[in-house]
Design a protein around this ligand. Structure first.
Ligand code: NAD
Length: 420
């Protein structure tokens, strides 16, 4: 990709898909429909701002595939949200749900907005108007949103309320990642980070890396990266670097994640944090640190070809969606860096979202330890399937994960047939 060419995550997704299909011996006919999202909805979202002015935001909801069940996928509020990003994220959800074998297809939504510039009331109006605009697509049997970058339980609560107001009764199963008080599941908030930590244990064991002695760097200190860092820290692992969009923090002897979490909760940023032995680094420096395990858990397109050549980590566990470009992935493979791909590594969130939806449909609730035990079982089972296939077929874990997923989706499509 030349410098002027725009990064297109959907094209990146297609490249891996084609490779997985080839390895499976599929013809284009077998999976051609999966190269196209089923539905793409673009909406204008007018919001009356607190000062009386009117702003119009652009939003999307894209359903990539519904062959294996209702579409499932988060909603992102970010200034860089665009059609190709949401398309890629929706397809990744199809593969993610298939890789962990839960009965969903893939979807994703987003609004091109910087939510930090909005007041709470403006954010509520934006969320509710967007929900109303995409309402015909939503429903517990159709399409079930969840949190993603810059969206949280409170926003999911507003989505649940808006949908329920249109229906005339409470519909908790229309969205996951809700507050516990309105049908959220115990363990959902930290499910993605917990899944990342489970997968890290598995890959470190296979790669012969003793985690009690390993050095770990985590990019992104939000829901995924912050939780994963805390769980590593609680297990006694040495997290030497973390970062947010503003700054990275590094201590070669290890960071006190509990203290950093407290600081971030109060200050909403890692900037300005000081402690003995801690220095500030850039996100780029963090990615290239001499560590055993690197967890990119911020955004897509972080490990580019230029970064990949300087990566020193032995293992990368992709907490974020699409953090590694295709070109970078090739370089990492050549260098012998093991990459646990996003569609497996960060699937813990959608697994517990599935548990939340099941609990909502049955109106029954599970204990936290039941949720965690089932999450661990599914993550380890999925990891073993992908790892086994990678060894058997002599492919990377990414291609193996796509092969597991694509095989399941294509089988479902073939059994159902093409309508009409
Ligand atoms: P979040 O908004 O809670 O946190 C994002 C973090 O990344 C923040 O610390 C932010 O400061 C940092 N960040 C943002 N842009 C950055 C940049 N350009 N460079 C460095 N850091 C940057 O988001 P999240 O929910 O933790 O999601 C992070 C990633 O994980 C995304 O790719 C998301 O799609 C993926 N993911 C999230 C979930 C989930 O359950 N939340 C599930 C699966 C995958």
């Amino acid at each position: 990709m030349s410098k002027v060419e725009k990064y297109n995550p959907y094209q990146e997704m297609l490249q891996v898909l084609d490779l997985a299909a080839e390895k499976l011996g599929f013809s284009l006919n077998d999976y051609n429909t999966l190269r196209y999202p089923e539905r793409e909805l673009k909406v204008a979202v007018p919001v009356e701002m607190d000062d009386g002015t009117l702003k119009v935001y652009t939003g999307y909801r894209i359903q990539h595939c519904s062959s294996r069940g209702p579409c499932k996928g988060g909603i992102r509020f970010h200034p860089n949200v665009d059609l190709d990003e949401v398309k890629a994220l929706s397809a990744w959800m199809t593969w993610k749900c298939a890789v962990v074998n839960i009965p969903y297809g893939g979807a994703k939504g987003g609004i091109e907005v910087d939510p930090s510039l909005l007041s709470t009331r403006e954010l509520s109006r934006l969320t509710r108007r967007y929900t109303a605009a995409i309402l015909p697509l939503l429903g517990p049997e159709r399409d079930i949103p969840a949190p993603d970058v810059n969206t949280d339980a409170r926003i999911m609560g507003w989505i649940m309320d808006t949908y329920s107001m249109f229906k005339g009764y409470a519909v908790p199963g229309v969205v996951t990642g809700k507050p516990i008080e309105i049908g959220g599941s115990l363990g959902r908030k930290e499910a993605t980070g917990r899944g990342v930590s489970i997968v890290t244990d598995e890959i470190a064991f296979r790669a012969g890396i003793p985690l009690q002695k390993a050095r770990i760097a985590v990019q992104g200190f939000g829901n995924v990266g912050g939780t994963a860092s805390r769980l590593f820290y609680e297990k006694g692992y040495n997290v030497v670097a973390v970062s947010d969009v503003n700054v990275g923090l590094y201590n070669e002897k290890g960071l006190n994640i509990q203290e950093i979490e407290k600081y971030q909760k109060i200050n909403k940023t890692l900037s300005g944090y000081t402690a003995k032995g801690v220095c500030e680094i850039t996100n780029e420096e963090l990615l290239c640190l001499d560590v055993d395990i690197l967890v990119p858990a911020a955004m897509e397109n972080q490990i580019t070809k230029d970064i990949a050549v300087n990566i020193k980590a032995k293992v990368i566990v992709e907490g974020a969606n699409g953090p590694t470009t295709t070109e970078a992935d090739e370089i990492l493979n050549e260098k012998g860096v093991i990459v646990v791909p996003d569609i497996l590594a960060n699937a813990g969130g959608v697994v517990v979202s599935y548990f939340e939806w099941v609990q909502n449909l049955q109106a029954i609730f599970w204990d936290e330890h039941e949720v965690y035990a089932m999450l661990k079982k599914i993550m380890i089972r999925s990891f073993d399937e992908v790892y086994g296939l990678a060894k058997e077929s002599d492919v990377s874990l990414r291609v193996a994960a796509y092969m597991v997923a694509l095989d399941r989706v294509v089988k479902a499509k073939k059994i159902r047939g093409i309508f009409p």
